[in-house]
Write a protein that binds this ligand. Sequence first.
Ligand SMILES: Cc1cc2nc3c(=O)[nH]c(=O)nc-3n(C[C@H](O)[C@H](O)[C@H](O)COP(=O)(O)OP(=O)(O)OC[C@H]3O[C@@H](n4cnc5c(N)ncnc54)[C@H](O)[C@@H]3O)c2cc1C
Length: 402
Amino acid sequence: MTTSNSVDNKIKQLNVDVVIFGGGIAGLWLLARLRQAGYQTLLLETKSLGAGQTRYSQGIIHGGTKYALTGKLTASSESIFAMPQIWRDCLQGEGEVDLSSAIILSEHQYMWSTPGLLSRLSGFFASRITRERMQAVKKNDRPVIFQNKRFKGKVYQLDEPVLDSASVINALATPNINNIMHIKAVTEFSEKIVSVEAANGDIWNIVAEKIILSAGEGNSALLKQMGRDVPEMQLRPLQMVMVRGGLPEKLYAHCLGANVNPRITITSNEDKQGNIVWYLGGQLAEEGINRTAEEQISKAKKELQLLMPWLNFSAMHWATLNVNRAEPKQKEGKRPATSFYCEEDDVITVWPTKLALAPNLVNDILKLLEKQNVKKNGANEMPEFSHAPFADLPWQEEKQWL
Ligand SMILES: Cc1cc2nc3c(=O)[nH]c(=O)nc-3n(C[C@H](O)[C@H](O)[C@H](O)COP(=O)(O)OP(=O)(O)OC[C@H]3O[C@@H](n4cnc5c(N)ncnc54)[C@H](O)[C@@H]3O)c2cc1C
């Protein structure tokens, strides 16, 4: 890295091996691993670290079990199978990145079925992933919610952890904070030079061997600004639901539906006052995109009343969140099976497609850079610039609760 002040004192130049756009899980995992590998790397973030999909994520480190619901091992379940162990090693401080300070919300999740569904899912229960990762849970060992006499289904424990995504972002970003620049905007792209206005008003010309776009939904605008129209992006919108008040316990569970997607996925967090907040995704969130917030809340209430009629609904308060999944374009807008990257003229565009798949994506990028013998000038120090702040979590923001 070299810096030089041009004639205009406000324009500064910085030479790096790799510049990354976006401080979500993909950008931050990349930054950590590229720095470790010896690449001089700078990450640019317009808002705050984790501000995109990552902070809305349910934090589930899928190992593919959910995706084996068809009874077949799809490409998706195959590539994701190894992910929980990779993450567990990192959480123990023994993996490719150090996540020992990240918070594990739950070591495992549950899957529960409603009566009548089991025979239709026989293929799923026979699959390798299911046999290796899932065990039926005896009544007394179940979460309290499923110990109620009126519960008639079966409960399985799934060997896949659930993480607090903000703490993961923190663990990845903090050791690399001097390499993260908070920017207002990208003013120009020309060949290998990226011109940006930093949050403090300084203008930087960043000269990089490789440019990596890991800005989630922001990738499309960056590509457009570069005059490119590929790779194309798709957005899969979701209307997530949050509920708090009168919840008996934290729960991390999928309700099996007749579909490849769970009927509802419940994860748990806390609001600023320490109240338990259930965060509801799955089919409910995918199908809820054309509903108003009130309609979506009413649907969520009905669904929970049907699945857990013994809960006391009178003290509950509800809110919804509209958020898009940003992914490479697929035929008929389908869910992509694996993480994605594509390189054209030293610009690499990436979408991990799942939080869990970030390590997989980053390994692919490292192999690509090694193969191309990209220079490694990692020992050089970074100059002073404004650093990006950390994003708040949605359940800790004061929203309007109905
Ligand atoms: C509701 C929801 C729940 C999910 N649950 C799970 C789950 O339980 N498990 C799982 O594995 N996956 C889950 N996912 C998917 C997962 O969250 C995403 O695949 C992953 O977080 C994407 O990370 P990313 O780094 O690519 O993008 P993002 O997290 O979207 O980050 C992009 C970053 O780029 C920044 N940015 C945007 N434009 C620019 C620009 N021009 N310049 C610089 N920076 C820019 C943004 O501010 C943001 O910080 C979920 C997704 C959603 C929406």
